[in-house]
Design a protein around this ligand. Sequence first.
Ligand code: ATP
Length: 238
Amino acid sequence: MTALLEVDNLRVAYGKIEAVKGISFTVEAGQVVTLIGTNGAGKTTTLRTLSGLLKPLTGTITFDGQPLHKYRADQIVALGLAHSPEGRHIFPRMTIEDNLRLGAFLRKDTEGIAKDIQHAYDLFPILGERRRQAAGTLSGGEQQMLAMGRALMSKPKLLMLDEPSMGLSPIMMQKIMTTIRELREQGTTILLVEQNAQAALSLADQAHVMEIGTIVLSGTGSDLLHDESVRKAYLGED
Ligand code: ATP
């Protein structure tokens, strides 16, 4: 089976600083794949490159048979790759519903859009209850839900989530992780970047540990959850 996403020997630099130093991994349709690792490991840089916001120095990115590294960011969204960025980037003065609509900016199917807005409200009822309110009035966790809902509005073949649990209370984090599980059960393919290794590994089919720009360890989520070096370095065990 060919993978939905194939990243091969990807290198990315900011000027002279090489942030991603030749990584390779794949994402199969229907999987949740996670990249874990400490601050500065290159996880966000990887997602931004997949989205077309950064250009690789070398390497190839093949998505659904297309050479993504040759496309612009807007073309990449049209090909079916959506990015829910770190720090969320919602539009605080616009209503929650208008923020969701923005995620569908490339779509013309009014009925389908209405159905998917309803789907976002089913996933996150609080967004539906407050649909007419300014998005800036939402709590941090609720804004994270909105960012995920908005990314889903493009009907992506692959949803990339950058640190969805960042800054959230344990209860909110649990809710976000449960939703990622639900999305996967509905067939959504997800590439998840997380610093919360425990949460990410417990729901990932495949996982990769990044350290200073390289992938140092790969395996199934459960393999890495039980790996001694991972437990020591990322799960706070002695
Ligand atoms: P975090 O969880 O902190 O976002 P990360 O694994 O996502 O960490 P990146 O944000 O990809 O890591 O950063 C990788 C490296 O690239 C770091 O050394 C970082 O300082 C550097 N870097 C990131 N953005 C820039 C930039 N705009 N200009 C220069 N260097 C950058």
